[in-house]
Design a binder for this molecule. Structure first.
Ligand code: PEP
Ligand code: MG
Length: 591
């Protein structure tokens, strides 16, 4: 398999982050874990054992699945290799030893498992029998897999190993790993699984790293050292590209360079249609250092600051003080433009491993975002206080993610009032008129938008989740990506309902999901009456370019026609046609 490819071979997946790159492939390998010893209270021992058992079950499922895939694409003898892993996984001696360590020493299961497994590995490595020595390697592999599940690390690999530019190829990349990628060394990445609006994809766009996901078996088929070209516009990875292919891509790069020049011209122009309708165009950010890109791309402030990346890839929670400094600095740098800070949206596909939360069957439907925050008032209050304090030093607004009904909004607002009272008592300044909004990203919220609008100053439509929850199509799963349709009539109606409810109640409505950064959909969203679009800084020029060529009256006509249609593909085709007619240059450089 890997390393045997000679001629050109193209793999087709889902394009998630624009750009073309070429270079050496690095297939991501799992790393050794650093496993810390944690002492447990007596009543935490039983849940810890359940956590261990759950990790074993998950590991078994994963191995069986790999075995099935390998048997389908390679020979059954290669698939048999995994039988050894399954046998070891069921080895009672090893399991009993782990349970004994957890129960007697009252320590965490990862530490207990690591300790027991390492003991066996050492014994196996030192016996004078080649067959048994090979089993040591199997056990090491298995240990990493079990620890991955215990530590909820899906794609651990050692980022520090990167010392030359490469295209990363792996089964999956978690948002937390993606957030750590160094653009200096990562030219682009390609994964077997994933969806266009997963947070991994969103980060790739925000970091401006070309990426293709949903390539199914690419991580099994390529080997480190292969040479590839990755096209993040069309979702293609070409291994061993021929001279002809490279020449064609060279021609496309020239067209792209001339488009870039045109895009730079609009960078600091207003986002206004030919017939005078102004759209507020702002940026989505994930970290303080994204501010430079916001300024460079001429965004009118930040429409969505995803604060969860402050909480992941670290050993402990950020303090109120640390958060305050980050929010303050972002707000100060973008003053007088506003910065909408979205309160913590952990859960779903974003986890803070140090919180050691139990694994859920349906994390996107589970303990996520505002639900998690309301159940952790101390953690939530620290963030609310930090946001309030920072609001004294810039134009800050705040919004809550994943609100499903009025109760959650009322509870969150009550906590804000409490925090305000405390700050007043402590003589700490804050903006008493800090505007609070809600994200509309659950169908129930769109359906009761009229009631929510009476309690907030703005709506921001989180289309990534709104589409996933309305169409019951996991945003991270390539197998259902064909069902994940932004132009589905149900989505358009929910957006229209939300915008109308906002306007009836005298507030504004924006969109901050990924559709807000798609020039093909921009006219439709304007026509539906959306007041603000917030997207990754790197796509804002394209958005502005098309908005400045659109007539609002035509956009409204497009939206009206779309609202009459029952066919997502027909609506999409109309959007494509209108966008191509209006701004043909935007489409010339795509392969
Ligand atoms: C959304 O759901 O559209 C959104 C902007 O929030 P996130 O992508 O962070 O879930
Ligand atoms: Mg969301």
């Amino acid at each position: 398999m890997s390393g045997q490819l000679k001629g050109e071979k193209a793999y087709h997946g889902i394009a998630v982050s624009a750009g073309v790159c070429r270079g050496k492939v690095l297939v991501i390998h799992r790393t050794q874990h650093v496993v810390a010893r944690r002492e447990l209270d007596a009543d935490a021992v039983a849940p810890e054992i359940r956590r261990f058992e759950h990790a074993l079950v998950r590991t078994r499922q994963q191995i069986t699945e790999i075995q099935r895939r390998v048997a389908a694409t390679m020979s059954s003898s290669e698939a048999d290799i995994f039988d050894a892993h399954l046998l070891m996984l069921e080895d009672r001696v090893l399991i009993e030893e782990v349970l004994k360590i957890v129960q007697e020493q009252k320590v965490n299961a990862d530490f207990a498992f690591h300790t027991a497994a390492e003991r066996y590995i050492t014994v196996l490595e030192n016996v004078d029998d080649e067959y048994l020595r090979e089993r040591a390697a199997d056990l090491r592999d298995l240990t990493v897999r079990v620890l991955d599940n215990l530590l909820e690390v899906k794609d651990a690999f050692n980022l520090r190993n990167l010392n030359e530019p490469c295209i990363l190829v792996g089964h999956d990349l978690s948002p937390s790993t993606t957030a750590q990628l160094d653009k200096k060394f990562v030219l682009g990445f390609a994964t077997d699984i994933g969806g266009k609006t997963s947070h991994t994809a969103i980060l790739a766009r925000s970091m401006d790293i070309p990426a293709v996901v949903g390539l199914q078996t690419i991580s099994d088929e390529l080997a480190s050292g292969d040479y590839a070209l990755l096209d993040g516009y069309s979702g293609t990875v070409i291994v061993n590209p021929t001279d002809q292919t490279l020449f064609e891509y060279g021609q496309l790069a020239k067209v792209r360079a001339s488009l870039d020049e045109k895009l730079r011209e609009v960078q600091h122009q207003p986002a206004v249609t030919l017939d005078g309708k102004t759209v507020h165009l702002s940026a989505n950010i994930e970290a303080q250092h994204d501010v430079a890109s916001v300024l460079e791309h001429g965004a009118e402030g930040v429409g969505l600051f995803r604060t969860e990346f402050l909480f992941i890839n670290r050993e402990s929670l950020p303090t109120e003080e640390e958060q305050y400094r980050v929010y303050r600095e972002v707000a100060a740098a973008l003053k007088p433009n506003s910065v909408i800070i979205r309160t913590l949206d952990l859960g779903g596909d974003k986890f803070a491993s140090h919180l050691q939360l139990a694994k859920e069957m349906n994390p996107f439907l589970g303990w996520r975002a505002i639900r998690f925050c309301l159940a952790q008032p101390e953690l939530f209050r620290a963030q609310l206080r930090a946001i309030l304090r920072a609001s004294a030093e810039g134009n800050i607004k705040m919004m809550y993610p994943m609100v499903s009904g009025l109760d959650e909004l009322n509870q969150a607002n009550a906590l804000v009032d409490q925090c305000k009272a405390e700050l007043r008592a402590e003589n700490i300044p804050f903006d008493a008129n800090l505007e609070v909004g809600v994200m509309i990203e659950i169908p129930s919220a769109a359906l009761i938008a009229n009631a929510l609008a009476k309690k907030v100053k703005f709506f921001s439509i989180g289309s990534n989740d709104l589409i996933q929850y309305t169409l019951a199509a996991d945003r991270t799963n390539e197998k259902v990506s064909h069902l994940y349709e932004p132009t589905h009539p149900a989505i358009l109606r929910l957006i229209k309902m939300t915008v109308d409810a906002a306007h009836t109640n005298g507030i504004w409505a924006g969109v901050c999901g990924e559709i807000a950064g798609d020039p093909v959909l921009a006219p439709l969203l304007l026509g539906l009456g959306v007041d603000e679009l917030s997207a990754a800084p790197a796509v804002l020029n394209e958005m502005k370019y098309i908005i400045r060529r659109v007539k609002f009256s035509e956009a409204q006509a497009l939206a009206e026609t779309a609202l009459q249609s029952d066919s997502p593909s027909e609506i999409f085709a109309r959007c494509v046609e209108y966008a191509r007619q209006t701004a043909p240059s935007l489409f010339e450089s795509r392969a």
